[in-house]
Structures are given as structure tokens and as C-alpha cells.
Design a protein around this ligand. Structure first.
Ligand code: GDP
Length: 449
């Protein structure tokens, strides 16, 4: 059976029990499937209607529900869609799902299958689908804001405009090719064109650089806690997790491995890595821990370089890491420092993970830096958010630059590079050649979406 002929259903709301649960159906059999439960007329489109649902075989009353129907094509998937708003008990949901699965041509949906149908029916472009996935998984306010812009077509608008520009440029070149023998189509058509290509390449380049922010917001700003063993890295991580910030997930490794905690730091998503203490060691397991710590620290956006009351310098370790990350220096265990000595600090933020003294200031500093790394969360225009976007954008820019570099080699070659640039933009929004990608993208979705 072709996919378009199967009707799918799933529990689209959260886990049961709950006050209300929403079961959604999509496909040409949706209406027929619902009518097997009804003794009354099928509800009018888009009007919430109170209905009794009866068992299709023994006709016993199953539940009293609200039905909402969205006939094709004016629905989320572009197909006939029905939502059953039933009571959210395990038993009600179980019997309804079971009865639905008995209906010929109707089956349980796979993860992301509703969104996939929406994409295949042209209701959403690929970047909007990705935005929708990110919105469902958004943990913090800044992530929500970014995802909702992308879901609403923020990226699609930009990429489609660029694609249309490129199509127009190609058309101009092809006209130039067709009329090449005629005196009256001068090549100043193409002269102006090269300026346009150059400007577009520069604009795409700016967009590529800006997007580091988008990826950071989507995946979280990476903060590595670095310092010698026992300066208090784990204690700081615990203190951060308990104060002002909410733990999202906690993925401990072995004691000598890297521990990552995802936190919501005043609306910004951060991943804090408590790295194994950096020091010379002959212990093989510890060496591996240090190697992993080094990798995390080098990949970090922000490094908190910690010392303790002894004030041993971390400068050598930082130099060895050769990281481009921003650095915040902090000195822990101030409760062990005489107050007269506290004044002598080298600009490090002083705090005590044990007493909490100075911790507020450290969190303020961290939050400010994180906000800055995320463009203060105020970016008006949509930014790319995934490596998939970045690599295709680089392809577009490179193809445009190749087009510019080919000017002396003939306009045919310029046209060919423009075609490649247009195709890469087509892959970004999903109108060209993305079949192999779809499984990966939709797998990230939950069932019912
Ligand atoms: P790590 O090896 O860098 O992760 O250090 P830990 O967080 O495990 O801390 C090492 C030791 O220092 C532990 O015994 C902590 O209780 C202690 N410690 C951590 N922070 C403070 C502090 O602010 N004051 C004092 N007095 N001890 C602390």
C-alpha cells in the first residue's frame, strides 16, 4: 500500500494518565475510522463536537470525547486529519488505540510520521520541520524563541529568496549564451551580474558566521571547568546545579571521566563539563580522563580556570590547552583565606563553593558571558542551527566563489557553478535530493508528532 493510502494514528499528547489525551489520525481513512465509533453524524470541519464513542464491534460506550476534523488539504499534514480529545486514562487510550489498529488500512504512526507527511505534502519545508523538532525539545526560553522563528519559516524565507536570486542570475547568463552571436546583447548584462554574485557570496558568508550563535543556542553553550585536582571543580558544578539554575539532565561518567550537566542558566542552555584534574600522571586510566578533559576544554566556548586558596597558577595548563575559548579565572575556598589576603587577588573571581560566598557574582559573570556568546538572545533574523545547514551553506558560498573565479573560462562554467549553488540551497529547504536525510531528521521526533 502506498504511504498516502495508509492512515496513521498516535497518541499525540504527553504521557497518560492526564486530564485529557489527544489521539490524532491522518490519512484518507480517517473519517471512515472515526465513523466506526459513532452513532451520530460525523462532525463538521474544524468544529469541536462532543461525541460518544462506541466500541466498533460490541457497541458498548467507550468514552465521551471532543472530535475535531480537518479535511484535506487544510490540515497539519495536508491529509484528512481527525483529533480525538478523550479522557486521559491509560484504559481509555489503550482501548481506543487498540480499536483503531483493527481497522483495515489504519496503523500506528512511526516517530515523526505526521511531520514527515506535512513535509512531503509541501506544508512545511525541511528547515521548518527541523525548527518544529527543536521547539518540541526546547528546554530554555532562548531555545524556544529561536526554534519558533525557524518553525514559522524564518530560514526558509531567507534561503528561498537566495535561491530565486540565483535562478534569475542563471537565466540572465543563459540568455547571454543564447544571444552570444548577436551584437546587441552586450556582456554588461553579465558585468552587473558578477557584482550581484559577489554580494550574495558576502551575504551568505555573514550568515554562516552569525550562525555559530544558532548552533550554540540549540546545543547549549559549552562550559569546561578546568584546574588541578581538588581545587573544587566538582563542588562548583554541584553548587551551580543547586543555585539559580535548574538541572536539565545529569550524565555522570566514571569518576575520572568527564561529567556533563545540562543547565538552564537564566534562560540560556549550557552544558557544564567537570573535567578530570589536569596534571602529570602515570596512571593510564587517569591519563585517558585527562585526554578527554583536554578535548572538552578545547571544544568549550567558555573555560572556568579554577585555583583554590593556595593560588597555584593555571596559566601553564591554559597555555597547554591552546583553546580559543573565553576564559574566566576563579579562585575557590576563600573561606580558607584570611580576609586581608583576599584583596591580593589577580583579578580572579573569589568564591567559596562550601559557604556560597562570592558564588552569586561568579554566576552573574557566567550568565553575562553566556548571553553574549548567544548574541544576547536578541538576534532578529533567523540563524542556521545545525551542521547540515552550515555545510550546505559553505557549498553555496564556494560554488558562488567558483562562479566568480570562472569568469575568464566561459559563461557556461559560470552557469554550471550557479546551478550547483542553487541545488545546495534546494537541499537546505528540502526540495532537492534529500531522501537519505529524511530518516535521520524524522527519527529525532517523538511518536505522535
Ligand atoms: P575537584 O577534584 O577539583 O573536583 O575538587 P572537589 O570539588 O572534589 O573538592 C576537593 C576538596 O575540596 C573536597 O574535599 C571539597 O569538600 C573541598 N572543597 C571544595 N570547595 C571548597 C571550599 O569552598 N572551601 C573548602 N574549605 N573546601 C572546599
Amino acid at each position: 500500500m502506498r504511504q498516502a493510502d495508509t492512515t496513521i494514528f498516535a497518541l499525540s499528547s504527553g504521557s497518560v494518565p492526564a486530564g485529557v489525551a489527544v489521539i490524532r489520525l491522518s490519512g484518507s481513512q480517517s473519517r471512515f475510522a472515526i465513523e466506526t465509533f459513532l452513532k451520530q453524524a460525523y462532525p463538521s470541519p474544524r468544529q469541536s463536537t462532543l461525541c460518544n464513542l462506541y466500541h466498533p464491534v460490541d457497541k458498548s460506550l467507550l468514552d465521551q470525547v471532543i472530535l475535531l476534523s480537518f479535511p484535506a488539504p487544510a490540515s497539519f499534514t495536508g491529509e484528512d486529519v481527525v483529533e480525538i480529545h478523550c479522557h486521559g486514562s491509560r484504559a481509555v487510550v489503550a482501548i481506543l488505540l487498540d480499536c483503531l489498529s483493527q481497522i483495515p488500512g489504519v496503523r500506528a504512526a512511526e516517530p515523526g510520521e505526521f511531520s514527515r507527511r506535512a513535509f512531503e505534502n509541501g506544508k512545511l519545508d525541511l528547515t521548518a520541520v527541523e525548527g518544529l523538532g527543536d521547539l518540541i525539545h526546547a528546554d530554555t526560553e532562548v531555545q524556544r524563541r529561536q526554534a519558533v522563528v525557524q518553525m514559522a519559516g524564518g530560514l526558509e524565507k531567507i534561503y528561498s529568496t537566495w535561491r530565486a536570486d540565483i535562478v534569475r542570475m542563471r537565466a540572465l547568463i543563459e540568455a547571454d549564451l543564447d544571444f552570444a552571436d548577436e551584437e546587441d546583447v552586450p556582456s554588461d548584462v553579465t558585468d552587473g551580474l558578477f557584482d550581484e554574485i559577489r554580494n550574495l557570496s558576502a551575504e551568505i558568508n555573514r550568515h554562516i558566521t552569525q550562525g555559530e550563535i544558532g548552533e550554540r543556542i540549540r546545543d547549549g553553550v559549552r562550559i569546561a571547568l578546568v584546574g588541578a585536582p581538588n581545587v573544587g571543580k566538582s563542588s562548583l558544578l554541584n553548587a551551580l546545579a543547586k543555585r539559580d539554575v535548574a538541572i536539565v539532565t545529569d550524565q555522570p561518567g566514571t569518576t575520572r571521566d568527564v561529567i556533563e550537566v545540562q543547565l538552564d542558566l537564566r534562560g540560556y542552555p549550557v552544558s557544564v563539563f567537570d573535567t578530570a584534574g589536569l596534571r602529570e600522571t602515570t596512571d593510564l586510566v587517569e591519563q585517558e580522563g585527562i585526554r578527554r578533559s583536554t578535548v572538552e576544554a578545547v571544544r568549550a566556548d567558555l573555560v572556568v580556570a579554577l585555583t583554590d586558596h593556595k593560588g597555584t597558577s593555571v596559566d601553564d595548563e591554559l597555555a597547554r590547552l591552546q583553546t580559543d575559548a573565553e576564559i574566566i579565572k576563579a579562585q575557590n575556598k576563600t573561606d580558607l583565606i584570611e580576609s586581608a589576603q583576599k584583596q591580593k587577588s589577580d583579578g580572579s573571581l573569589l568564591f567559596s563553593a562550601r559557604t556560597g560566598e562570592g558564588l552569586g557574582d561568579l554566576i552573574d559573570e557566567l550568565s553575562e558571558r553566556v548571553a553574549r556568546l548567544c548574541g544576547d538572545g536578541k538576534s532578529e533574523s533567523a540563524v542556521w542551527t545545525r551542521q547540515r545547514h552550515k555545510s550546505l551553506l559553505l557549498e553555496v558560498r564556494d560554488a558562488l566563489d567558483m562562479a566568480l573565479a570562472s569568469t575568464d573560462l566561459g559563461v557556461e562554467l559560470v552557469a554550471e557553478h550557479l546551478r550547483q549553488a542553487g541545488d545546495s540551497l534546494g537541499k537546505l529547504v528540502g526540495v532537492i535530493d534529500v531522501d537519505d536525510l529524511l530518516d535521520v531528521i524524522f527519527r529525532e521526533f517523538c511518536i505522535g508528532k
